[in-house]
Ligand binder design. Sequence first.
Ligand SMILES: Nc1ncnc2c1ncn2[C@@H]1O[C@H](COP(=O)(O)OP(=O)(O)O)[C@@H](O)[C@H]1O
Ligand SMILES: [Mg+2]
Length: 324
Amino acid sequence: MERIKLKGGSLAGTYHCIDKGFSFIRKQVSLTENREFGFYRWFSQLKKLQRLGRMFPELFPKVIGIGLEGGMSYFDLEFIENSVTVHEFLTKNPSPKDVERLFSELVRTMDILHSVKMPSFVGGFELYIDQEVSHALSFCMDEPAFRQFAEHKKIVFNGKEIPSLLHRIEEFQKLAAKHYVKPEECLTHGNITLENLLYVPSKNRIVFIDLYEENYIDTVWNDYSQIAQSSNSLYELYNKKTPIVKRNSVTAEVEYSPGLAAFNKLFQKFLQDKLTPDERVLTSLYEVSQFTRMLPFKKTIAKDKMILFYALASELFDQITKHD
Ligand SMILES: Nc1ncnc2c1ncn2[C@@H]1O[C@H](COP(=O)(O)OP(=O)(O)O)[C@@H](O)[C@H]1O
Ligand SMILES: [Mg+2]
């Protein structure tokens, strides 16, 4: 069997496999190392793919196998032919018309998933913020460089001075409580960045990949904020850079992408039209939380990115407080 590594390190990996001319995707993970961020997340993805794939077969790649191999567990997925990630598609500068076509299809497919709703409870959001903002930051405080940076009252991100988020957690909780007034959950993707969406341009087809079950509460605002994490906060572009850190300042410049910018314009307009003012603040608070919740993962796999994404979170939160 031929295997091409697409992503991942030694503890987890995604492979394109070709067995006697048959293509499939294999996602594997260590059964022993780093089980919380590795095996349990991998497992949640498998279960979500099986269940949601059964309900909406056109939206997900089919699971076609599960197994064990060399101390790792794996599952295999149907290979989506002629696909690129939405992020790849947009950064290759498609025409505005092609961006609109993709965007409409993304909204249509998200709406299908999100239309299955269930009641929820205000305490769920408080728990989420407590774990994914407050606890995620505490978890990183034993990293000396991170701690030194975050403890400054003011930090500088790409030349702009802003308050450091660490000192604003109470403010975050208060804003969250003020705006989380209509608890409602629905089926979600759970990890819907533009890199975790496949697009088949020839068929104008969107396929959801790399799902996770770690939202505490499954809300439409969480899914929207993960799209914004890519298109508004440019996560994937920043993630490729090596930031320069000096005392309380961090710098990383990313190139302008017309395709991403066109997509984001459509997306921001969509949020403006679709959401209430409370829901828009929630979506922005969720967007901040995407960058705090990733810090424990970055601590394990990419320490040099911790300060950069912390500063980005601080800047996003500062913007919200200025407009609230
Ligand atoms: N079913 C699939 N068909 C075709 N390509 C896929 C499929 N699943 C994943 N890929 C490719 O592998 C990459 C990584 O997959 P993903 O599930 O996002 O793994 P990771 O957890 O490593 O981010 C995707 O960006 C895409 O290029
Ligand atoms: Mg992925």
